[in-house]
Design a protein around this ligand. Structure first.
Ligand SMILES: [Mg+2]
Length: 268
């Protein structure tokens, strides 16, 4: 336990240092330092592998412990089969090559276009962890805020879902559309992911949440209000909720560093 605490402390320190370095960046001088760090720093790879190593070490115990859920408030879950809820971008699939070429402002259709035309690469450690989780009989769900938008030349309400499945497969992570849950795929699936997590929790004991954004773990941490949230988050409310759920970090909740983008950037 002590070794694990030290490892997680190192993750926290490295990420805090990184964010301190990237604030106030001159974006005219080329890619944001956060993008360069993810692209070039071996430390990024090391932290990602470290996160998935901790999750791998925890996996057998959390599968076996029927009293455990990584979803605060989940009820009557003891006999449900175990599941893990992953985010996709910068959690399993790396978009750093897109980010370094991006001319802001970002749009989802730019990312979708890029994803359709470029081979996806995995975040270090992700492929091995996914394989291990499946060997332990865990059902895997991929909850992403890539949105569904109809395209005139492509049939179906969510052509972006097929591209997301393809990205995961290209990265070495077998997936299908039944387990990929896109934003707006159903009428009430807004960018607030807790609605999709709650739906999964009806049929599965969620043993882990894995993501790169606070909203992959905690509801209502965005500046923009989405149902079922009723008020905008603040930097202070995000901090206090992060502390409130302190027992989950590195013990059921596993967060990857993302200094490139995320809901945190709206609170600068
Ligand atoms: Mg993400």
């Amino acid at each position: 336990m002590r070794n694990k605490s030290i490892r997680l402390l190192l993750i926290t320190q490295a990420t805090a240092l990184l964010f301190a370095c990237t604030s106030g960046t001159d974006t005219d001088a080329g890619p944001h330092p956060g993008i360069l760090w993810v692209r070039d720093a071996a430390e990024f790879d090391a932290i990602a592998m470290q996160v998935y190593r901790v999750a791998s070490d925890d996996l057998p115990g959390l599968v076996a412990d029927k009293s455990w859920t990584a979803m605060p408030g989940q009820k009557s879950y003891g006999e449900l089969p175990p599941a893990i809820v992953f985010d996709v971008d910068e959690t399993l699939v790396s978009n750093v090559s897109f980010q370094e070429k991006l001319k802001p402002p970002f749009t989802n259709s730019m990312l979708n276009e890029w994803n359709a035309n470029n081979r996806a690469t995995a975040v270090p450690g992700a492929v091995e962890f996914v394989k291990l989780a499946r060997e332990h009989g865990v059902e895997l769900f991929f909850v992403t805020n890539r949105p569904c938008r109809r395209k005139p030349q492509i049939p179906g309400p969510c052509p972006q879902e097929a591209i997301t499945v393809q990205d995961l497969v290209e990265a070495g992570i077998p997936a299908d559309s039944d387990h990929v849950m896109m934003a707006n795929e159903r009428p009430n699936w807004d960018r607030e992911k807790v609605i999709r997590r709650d739906l999964i929790a009806q049929d599965y004991r969620i043993i882990m949440l894995i993501g790169d954004d606070l909203s992959d773990f905690i509801p209502c941490v965005r500046k923009k209000v989405h149902k079922p949230c009723t008020e905008a988050a603040t930097a202070a409310s995000r901090q206090s909720k992060t502390e409130l759920f302190h027992r989950y970090w590195g013990a059921g909740w596993y967060v990857l560093p993302n200094p490139m983008h995320g809901s945190w950037t709206t609170f600068e």
